[in-house]
Design a protein around this ligand. Structure first.
Ligand SMILES: Cc1cc2nc3c(=O)[nH]c(=O)nc-3n(C[C@H](O)[C@H](O)[C@H](O)COP(=O)(O)OP(=O)(O)OC[C@H]3O[C@@H](n4cnc5c(N)ncnc54)[C@H](O)[C@@H]3O)c2cc1C
Length: 466
């Protein structure tokens, strides 16, 4: 194929599709092509619907507190389709000593709640006087140093819920670079957070309340997001499926891309792939990366539908490793969004495996369902037998930002500065969440439109929500 394509985008997951949407919207004459090896778009994002039960193989939703995501919804008309569940009304629970402890969403209520003994609450305040911790500590080491060990099960739950990860391996500088910066600039996280909250309060227009964000999805599930983005592209021209990219090389006027469907060339190359897939593709042709792969956490989701049962109010619960249970946590899907289960039924999704227990993913479906159900029965009051069960096994692992990740990210950033026609984004590069993907892909789309040079962005302080 020898067409005049200005930009090739490898990967039609959310990241690649967002870059394409920006080009389509803001530079209609900019010719581009998105290539994906799969027969469908969306990568990690896939929803299922069976016998009236709806569930997610990948992400369950995203918070509505990211400007770029809200703009994307408006630009694509998806803002008229979304369903939302506000964090102010949907609490979460953490399993502590075999019981579900409710986590209130307001800081004052968290302080008052009996989550940890009062002496440990005073230890948390001791954080105000701790020097920044040197080096590249793990999340567990850093949290223990700053806040004391009583908070560790809750911190573990946060990173189980987001990364399916092991907080003894995840690096604080990689997963929360903004928080780490607060530590350095304010000398304390509590001081830093208070100062930011005060600024936000001052900046808010008079009479407007500061609201908690809401979890966002679509009536038929998250798959609607990539589906809508793909609808905007011309099939076979702007979007080529079943087209694996085997290698990429710098050529005289840009890039040569070797694919299953022949060699294609373009001025710019956007690699919109998960970290390990990106490294496989660029590792052999470009300056050597400090590591050639990073660990991933794989999970299985066990979906349960029950008739005439009731779930506790809220989003669901997370289980720290110290509880030594079989499952990692459960999402109360039919509480979160309407239409996820038939009338008089509930549906919830239980996660198994993760970074610490890959061996549990080897278990066959029947046993996985039985062991997960036995585990949950100890925490929820459920009728005798489920009406519906299903094991979902995602086709992607969750990239783990552990030892070596920060130097890998610096390598990627430098590479993009040195080679202005190369753009690298995707799952694990600039975070792991949907909002992270949309934000970075939007920046890349804007750069392609304006021709502005790569810039290394300041770290953002992301709020932690259970
Ligand atoms: C189980 C799970 C649960 C999650 N839950 C949440 C959640 O609740 N909230 C949240 O915000 N985020 C969640 N995420 C993260 C979210 O799904 C990702 O951030 C996002 O989907 C990543 O999109 P991407 O386009 O960067 O990568 P991907 O979705 O991985 O897309 C990459 C695409 O590239 C294609 N590809 C790969 N190699 C090649 C090649 N050589 N040639 C051509 N094509 C190729 C693949 O087929 C794929 O379509 C979850 C992820 C997983 C796996």
């Amino acid at each position: 194929m020898t067409e005049n394509i200005k930009t090739i985008i490898v990967g039609a997951g959310l990241s690649g599709l967002v870059v394409a949407q920006k080009l389509k919207q803001f530079a209609p004459s900019h010719q581009f092509r998105v290539l994906d090896q799969a027969s469908h778009c969306g990568g990690a994002i896939r929803s299922i619907s069976e016998h009236g039960f709806k569930a997610e193989i990948g992400p369950h939703g995203f918070l509505d507190n990211c400007l770029e995501s809200r703009q994307l919804l408006e630009q694509t008309g998806l803002d008229k389709e979304i369903v939302k569940a506000s964090l102010s009304t949907f609490v979460r629970y953490v399993c502590i000593n075999g019981s579900l402890m409710m986590i209130p969403q307001s800081p004052l209520k968290i302080i008052k709640a009996p989550l940890i003994p009062w002496k440990d609450k005073f230890r948390v305040l001791g954080e105000l006087f701790k020097q920044p911790l040197e080096g590249e500590p793990t999340v567990a080491k850093w949290a223990n140093y700053r806040f004391g060990k009583a908070l560790l099960p809750y911190v573990d739950a946060v990173f189980t819920g987001t990364y399916a990860g092991d907080f003894n391996e995840l690096k604080i500088d990689a997963v929360m670079p903004g928080v780490r910066e607060l530590e350095k600039t304010h000398g304390s996280i509590i001081k830093g957070v208070l100062s930011k909250a005060l600024k936000a309060r001052k900046a808010k227009p008079k009479g407007k309340k500061l609201e908690m964000p809401a979890m966002t999805s679509f009536p038929e599930g998250m798959q609607r997001l990539p589906e809508r983005l793909a609808e905007l592209l011309e099939p076979g021209q702007e979007l080529l499926l079943n087209c694996q990219v085997n290698s990429v090389h710098q050529a005289t006027h840009g890039w040569a891309v070797e694919t299953d469907q022949g060699t294609m060339s373009a001025e710019n190359l956007v690699i919109a792939l998960p970290v390990n897939e990106s490294l496989k593709l660029i590792g052999s042709t470009l300056p050597e990366a400090p590591v050639n792969q990073i660990p991933e956490a794989w999970i299985a989701t066990v979906v349960f539908g029950f008739e005439r049962a009731q779930l506790p109010p809220g989003f669901g619960f997370l289980i720290p490793e110290s509880e030594k249970r079989f499952t990692l946590g459960t999402l109360f899907s039919s509480n979160m969004f309407p239409g996820r289960a038939p009338n008089d039924h509930i549906v919830f999704e239980t996660l198994v495996g993760g970074r610490r227990h890959p061996e549990r993913l080897e278990i066959e479906d029947k046993e996985l369902i039985a062991r997960s159900l036995a585990d949950i029965r100890g925490l929820l009051n459920l009728p005798a037998e489920p009406k519906y069960t299903k094991v979902l096994r995602p086709s992607s692992g969750i990239p783990q930002l552990e030892k070596g990740y920060t130097s890998l990210l610096n390598w990627r950033n430098q590479l993009m500065v040195d080679i202005p026609s190369l753009f690298i984004c995707g799952f694990g590069w600039d975070g792991i969440g949907i909002n992270d993907m949309i934000k970075k892909a939007t920046r890349i789309g804007e750069q392609l439109v304006s021709g502005e040079a790569h810039q290394i962005e300041a770290n953002e302080v992301k709020k932690v929500y259970f």
